[in-house]
Design a binder for this molecule. Sequence first.
Ligand SMILES: C[S@@+](CC[C@H](N)C(=O)[O-])C[C@H]1O[C@@H](n2cnc3c(N)ncnc32)[C@H](O)[C@@H]1O
Length: 259
Amino acid sequence: MSFSKIRQDSVQHPEVVEVVIETQDDRLVKEYAQLLQRVGEKNGESKYTIYFGARGVELRLSSLAQKRGILVDFSKIDRRTGAGNLSKKQPLPKAIGNHSHIVDATAGFGKDAMLLALMGYNVTAIEQSPIISVMLRDGLYRAQQNSELNNAIGGRLTLVESNSVQYFSNINNAEVIYIDPMFPPKKKKSALPPGRIQALQSIVGHETTTETAKIFEAALQTATQRVVIKRPIHSPTIKKNPIAIHEGKTIRYEVYRPN
Ligand SMILES: C[S@@+](CC[C@H](N)C(=O)[O-])C[C@H]1O[C@@H](n2cnc3c(N)ncnc32)[C@H](O)[C@@H]1O
């Protein structure tokens, strides 16, 4: 077993994260070494541990480091078509419309990107956090080992570790750019143990309005057909005159024509 502490200076949140490896799997040993090289070692208290072990790459609470943590596990996705998860009648595919190449500018744990790929879109998913990226790559690798799931994905999901604003300056084939920023924290703190979204927020922080506006403006310059942005249902639209709005229960997808 080996461990180090890292600080994510490449994203705004300065959380110190412990990195532990307890496997000799070549792929994971390489990912572990690459992560340390990317982010460097730091000292301090760590609330979270990123654990490379037999199940893959897990995000664990350091106080519960012996317990299983969060894993990107695409095999758990409900793949029912018809009225199920992969129905194109849901607000996100309705917002995206009949286009084939989607750039998901804020991949996170990759659920939206994977759902879109399973629906038949070609998706390039961009994630800037090295920690979330390593979890995503691990999740996609394990999904590809499952032949049924791998066939369903059909090679339509590509992951890129990058800041999307930088990435946009090198592409000209994104028909639709989809943005799902980290919303500001809720005022009332939950007493419940951290779930996936809270863990993600702890690792990557929240997007400020300025950061969201920067990705949005860059997306408007880059997409050829549409920019879709997810917003809390009660917030004002990010810009005047969206060409469409598709509402879910607590969020909505605003659709804009690129510049
Ligand atoms: C709310 S999460 C996205 C959740 C995702 N839609 C899902 O289904 O799991 C936002 C993610 O975007 C990433 N992010 C924020 N700004 C970014 C940028 N400029 N470039 C790349 N990734 C970014 C954050 O690190 C975070 O992981």
